[in-house]
Design a protein around this ligand. Sequence first.
Ligand code: AR6
Length: 179
Amino acid sequence: MRKQIGSCLLELDVGDISLEQTDAIVNAANSALAGGGGVDGAIHRAAGPLPMQQTRERYPEGCPAGHAVVTDAGRLSARYIFHAVGPIWQGGRFQEADLLRSVYSECLRLARELNCQSIAFPAISTGAYGYPLDLATETALLQIIEDLRTWQQPAHVRCICFHEGILGAYGRVLERLIP
Ligand code: AR6
């Protein structure tokens, strides 16, 4: 599914984010930037050692939830990896939604600053971090749409869904937000 937002294209697709050809690929990282499973494992495996070397050198303190940091993309075809730390779901009363919105907004800000024309997001926090999928997709899409309407860049935003169930959740919300 794809929707036009002004001059920008917002697209949903099924796949493995480590294979994306966008200028920036977003990693669902942890606050220690220590690597892990899921998206983090797939991206670091595909990218090779460079991004991990750079996170250690540049961000020895890690990165708090709601924020993102940049490295080169090693062997990926992207120019950058944005290591984005989503909130751990704790029932919804610990600012999880604010932190999730913030992490999408930070990644889009980095994309604008670094002149990226395209960016690919995974469904941040919806795996190991336990964020309910329907809530996370709504929060993610609301923030992406708001920022694209405001800034009209990056030109192409892709939400990469690991399986059809995730695509279905995104699709239902996107159709409701932009009929
Ligand atoms: N491509 C696209 N989506 C994927 C892929 C992939 N290769 N693999 C999994 N997903 P998760 P989180 C989906 O756990 O919840 C790591 O250990 C998955 O189905 O990767 O933010 C980190 O180091 C789910 O919908 O990220 C952190 O410690 C979504 O991506 C922690 O997990 C996110 O799942 C971060 O947890």
